[in-house]
Design a protein around this ligand. Structure first.
Ligand code: AHR
Length: 498
């Protein structure tokens, strides 16, 4: 007997799921860049770790944000170009101190290394410019260095540094958390800074490039801030709007749950905190709509994920990679699908070794974390059209909240419907009936299951990584338009229906 009923409505289309919703974020912080993405250049041509690059290429990650984070608002991009031996070591006010043996930023990994890594793994770069301690000139110069094809000194420097063709960087973030580490600004102050930066970067785009940049403004989880920012942004003296393509915020969850000490109540609280991302998407979307009624501004969550108490500056923000984190990521990706009509990108923090990373390294080893398996299982949704689902599920009371014990999302493309399901219940398996309405046929159904026999706190390492691979979802029956699936506690399933 099923205790969960899900109805998929293939005709009730939400919107295309931008592949960028599966994006990533990497910062000069702890072992994310040095030892993570990059190591001693003498061992490979570029210094990029080939094991990490292969794992990322295999996942086909659509976009990678860099160099921060808080690091971005104290970063001067010109320190990181040209011959490596000539690059200055710098202190950066943020994060470098998290790693005892590297108290300073050596700048060996800079713009060209990052952009060539993106070319190597086939991902779109997203650069965050320095608003906090930088100026619009620096930002505009960076755009010119990366993207301009003419005969200027900056374009020539890029050529001398080994890249004759412009990189064509499309996404430019105007600062990072400028309500906090990026300058402690009020929304009005940041809006004025944004107008200045957008004027210069926007003119650069208009005059020298081909209107192909997308500018991203920083928002906040306190939504009054976003509304005030949007109001202040306004228009110029002639009523012309400033370039503004996306507004972003950050959502971290789990600061109260230490993996080793967590009990089952803590798992429920943790998952409720993860699901709060949905109200942030709705509220930032509402702040945009309240003011920008005539323009299309996308919602980005360009840092998100689990942040446990283990991740502190002294540990380089490292924390164990576990099943519960993987399950939380699946629930968040389902939410992104439900909001594909407003969401244009998201970036989980942070690609390698730091926070809710997908890949971990130790010496010469690199391996996939449980969350990597989740992104892989969810990959078929990318580029599909999300459709409405109705979900009737038992819930559990968690303080003032209710945890829905089963969730999911669905998308369609051509002849295929793809469905993902999460069992967020640590205590019980759930029997789920999924009804597919409309024209969908269930001739050919196949499914995969993650974490079916793993406990929530199982930690991945170099020798057990294969234990987290997806297995065939064999406890599924198909009758007419209904699939019946048994989901073990804290598990994730992906089902293709053709
Ligand atoms: O991802 C770690 C930090 O979290 C980033 O530098 C900052 O943007 C956020 O507060």
């Amino acid at each position: 007997m099923s205790d969960v009923q899900i109805t998929v409505h293939p005709e009730a289309r939400i919107d295309r799921i931008a592949p960028e919703l599966h994006g990533h974020f990497s910062e000069h912080l702890g072992r994310c860049v040095y030892d993570g993405l990059y190591h001693d250049p003498s061992s490979t041509k570029t210094g990029v770790r080939s094991d990490v690059a292969s794992l990322l290429s295999a996942l086909d990650i659509p976009v990678l944000r860099w160099p921060g984070g808080c690091f971005a608002d104290d970063y001067h991009w010109e320190d990181g170009i040209g011959p490596q031996e000539d690059r200055p070591g710098r202190r950066n006010l943020f994060w470098a101190q998290g790693r005892e043996e590297l108290p300073e930023e050596p700048n060996s990994f800079g713009t060209d290394e990052f952009l060539q890594l993106c070319e190597q793994i086939g991902t779109e770069p997203y650069l965050a410019v320095n608003v906090g301690s930088g100026d619009p000139q620096q930002a505009t110069d960076w755009v010119e260095y990366c993207n301009y094809d003419g005969e200027t000194e900056l374009a020539d420097r890029r050529r001398e540094n080994g890249h004759p063709e412009p990189y064509g960087v499309k996404y430019w973030g105007i600062g990072n958390e400028n309500w906090g580490c990026g300058g402690q600004m009020t929304p009005e102050q940041y809006a004025r800074e944004y107008r200045k930066f957008a004027t210069y970067v926007g003119s650069m785009d208009k005059l020298l490039l081909d209107h192909d940049l997308e500018l991203i403004a920083c928002g906040f989880e306190g939504h009054e801030w976003n509304r005030r920012f949007m109001e202040e942004i306004g228009t110029n003296a002639w009523g012309v709007e400033f370039p503004l393509d996306h507004l972003t915020l950050h959502h971290y969850y789990g600061r109260t749950i230490t993996i080793e000490e967590a009990d089952t109540d803590a798992y429920d609280t943790f998952l409720c905190e993860a699901l709060e991302i949905e109200s942030h998407i709705e509220r930032i979307g509402a702040a945009i709509n309240a003011v920008a009624t005539t323009r299309d501004i996308g919602v980005i969550i360009d840092e998100w994920g689990a942040w446990h108490p283990e991740a502190v500056a002294e540990s380089g923000l490292e924390q164990p990679g576990t099943v519960i984190d993987g399950v939380s990521a699946a629930a968040v990706l389902d939410i992104f699908n439900h909001h594909s009509d407003v969401m244009t990108m998201s970036n989980i923090a942070q690609t390698v070794n730091v926070l809710h990373c997908l890949v971990e390294t130790e010496g010469e080893n690199a391996w996939a974390r449980p969350t990597y398996r989740v992104f892989d299982l969810y990959a078929p949704h990318k580029g599909n059209t999300a459709v409405e689902t109705s979900i009737a599920t038992p819930t559990r009371a968690v303080d003032d909240d209710e945890l829905p014990l089963v969730g999911g999302s669905a998308s369609v493309a051509d002849e295929e419907t793809y469905l993902t399901l999460t069992n967020l219940d640590h205590a019980s398996a759930h029997a789920v009936d999924v009804t597919l309405t409309g024209e969908v046929t269930t001739n050919d159904v196949s499914g995969s299951l993650l974490f079916g026999d793993q406990s929530a706190d199982t930690v991945v390492n170099a020798s057990n990584e294969d234990d987290f691979e997806a297995t065939t979802l064999d406890c599924m029956t198909v009758a007419d338009h209904t699939l019946s699936v048994e989901l073990p506690p804290l598990s994730v399933a992906g089902i293709a229906v053709r």
